[in-house]
Design a protein around this ligand. Structure first.
Ligand code: NAP
Length: 315
């Protein structure tokens, strides 16, 4: 018979690992399913300088590795598996994973959100070497250097404006003439003297794969078909994020963009009514802040609620 777990944590980024530390210290022996991208977004970041407690900063993968060791020290189990399907209609909950079926009394959803990428091989090869999807994390490394931001929504405008604090020049590249960004954000970005807008423009290749650092972008005008090289030292993607929550559709409420809808940042609902024993934390339910520290905070909250639920309903 399948063993019933007290707590299963879905995802091994900052939110999931913080939940694991708290659950493990509460003696719940949580099982962490590490998911498609073990370590989450921090594991593809370079220096993290805004996580409290690290005055000199810490490399994202090292921070994640430390959290994992910390959770393991208190007895968390880890499994390299991802969730295919879930049954939350009956209790205990049934999880159908790539490593078989798991039954659990509480579930902490910390499956995160994945940045959208262009999907070019050269882009993928240079992630962390001048290609980034997080201006807050990596903008600092581009002091007095030219960079490009891709996208035409609020994220791209926000990134472009933020990056003007560091970059010598920001070129915003958008594939269409119209923008999705809100009027106010667009006007602010357009009014900035250090942001140049290029519309109808796509990136065909990121240059610098051999040198292991971004040397420029090969651009194409989608109207004229003309190509040219733009000299930049960095490329920031601002083309949106995708929450990793598709497998929960129909089981808990998701918003119109697929993020888990929560009450009080962690309580999941079905048709607006709280689902007892199922909590969500981190970027899978946060489209606004998306910071390591906020993910850690909600991870802690979710674990404490799971513990409280088990105390009240028996283990
Ligand atoms: P978004 O509104 O969906 O915009 C994504 C942009 O990226 C679009 O311009 C899209 O182009 C472009 N794009 C998507 N895939 C692309 C590809 N493969 N190649 C090139 N371009 C591509 O996403 P978002 O900007 O992340 O915003 C998401 C939500 O968060 C929005 O509701 C937004 O208002 C909100 N948000 C608010 C703030 C704020 O208020 N401060 C900040 C950030 C985000 P097309 O237009 O051609 O499709």
């Amino acid at each position: 018979m399948t063993e019933t777990r007290d707590t299963v944590i879905l995802g091994s980024g900052c939110a999931g690992l913080t939940a694991a530390i708290y659950s493990a210290r509460a003696n719940l022996k949580p099982l962490v399913l590490e998911g498609h991208e073990p370590g989450g977004q921090l594991s593809i970041t370079s220096l993290v300088e805004n996580f409290p407690g690290w005055p000199e900063g810490i490399q994202g993968p090292e921070l994640i590795d430390n959290m994992k060791k910390q959770a393991a020290r208190f007895g968390a189990d880890f499994q390299l598996a991802h969730l295919n399907r879930v049954e939350l209609g009956t209790h205990p909950f049934r999880l159908h994973t790539s490593a078989g079926e798991i039954v659990t009394r509480t579930l902490v959803i910390a499956s995160g959100a994945s940045a959208r990428w262009l999907g070019l091989p050269s882009e993928q090869a240079l992630i962390g070497h001048g290609v980034s999807s997080c201006a807050t994390c990596d903008g600092f490394f581009f002091r007095d250097r030219p960079i490009a931001v891709i996208g035409g929504g609020d994220s791209a405008m926000e990134e472009a404006l933020f990056l003007t604090r560091f970059a010598s020049k920001v070129t915003l590249l958008h594939r269409r003439p119209q923008f999705r960004a809100s009027k106010i954000m667009l006007e602010r970005a357009m009014a900035h003297p250090n942001i140049e807008f290029r519309t109808n423009t796509v990136v065909d290749e990121v240059l610098g794969v051999e040198e292991k650092e971004v040397k420029g972008l090969k651009l194409r005008d989608v109207v004229t078909g003309m190509t040219e090289t733009l000299h930049v030292d960095g490329m920031f993607l601002g083309i949106g994020h995708e929450p990793n929550a598709k497998m929960f559709a129909g089981q808990i409420d998701l918003d119109d963009e697929g993020y888990v809808l929560t009450q009080g940042n962690i309580f999941t609902t079905r048709h607006g009514v709280v689902v007892p024993g199922v909590y969500a934390c981190g970027d899978v339910q946060d489209r606004r802040y998306r910071q390591a520290i906020t993910a850690a905070g909600t991870g802690c909250m979710a674990a404490l609620e799971a513990e409280k639920y088990l105390e009240e309903h028996g283990r």
